[in-house]
Design a protein around this ligand. Structure first.
Ligand code: ATP
Ligand code: MG
Length: 174
């Protein structure tokens, strides 16, 4: 198991910059799983990633559409599996019932392959287990009163994720 890398941000703008640093280096087939409670900043982070990929369209939460597709330097698929997340993951209003990645993609009407896009998945739940080499990111709000602080606990699950994380850290720091 890889070591965890922790990034800290202290404003939504800083979270967008952190996302932008990652978006600048993502390649087709890369998968980023984004966990964290309601309001943690998952979508804010995704807006930064999209900006880093050169997406000019507005990025909003795809909770009710399951997946949104954007064109930038490469294609970006932004998924939100909240409605399928388990209550124990902190999704109290979720429908419950885990969804496999294939089922999620089918429900979203996706017909391409994994290598056709970079992937950002909010509330990945069990769907994340379908991937062997991803970047797992868990966003954690800081304790009160630090309401604008978030930590991003990041872990690659394979060599590809490790490469991306190394490059991401460099871009964030320099
Ligand atoms: N450091 C920070 N990073 C990101 N968001 C922050 C930060 N500080 C405060 N915020 C606020 O937290 C909220 C994050 O909302 P966002 O929609 O990105 O969360 P989310 O994790 O996608 O939630 P949901 O589970 O409902 O989709 C925004 O209102 C944002 O202004
Ligand atoms: Mg969201």
């Amino acid at each position: 198991m890889s070591r965890e890398t922790v990034f800290t941000t202290r404003s939504p703008a800083e979270t967008r910059r952190l996302g932008r640093c990652l978006g600048e280096l993502l390649q087709p087939g890369d998968v980023v799983l984004l966990a964290g409670p309601v309001g943690a900043g998952k979508t804010t982070f995704c807006q930064g990633v999209a900006a880093g990929l050169g997406v000019t369209a507005d990025v909003t939460s795809p909770t009710f559409v399951l997946a949104a597709e954007y064109e930038g330097r490469i294609r970006l698929i932004h998924m939100d599996l909240y409605r399928f997340a388990a209550a124990e993951e902190g999704a109290p209003q979720a429908a419950g019932g885990a969804l496999s990645l294939e089922e999620a993609l089918e429900a979203a009407g996706w017909e391409g392959g994994l290598e056709d896009a970079a992937w950002l998945v909010e509330w990945p739940g069990d769907a994340g287990e379908a991937f062997s080499d991803v970047l797992q990111v868990r966003i954690q709000p800081a304790p009160l009163p630090r309401i604008d602080e978030r930590t991003f606990h990041t872990r690659p699950t394979g060599p590809r994720g490790r490469d991306r994380l190394d490059e991401w850290v460099k871009r964030w720091l320099f």
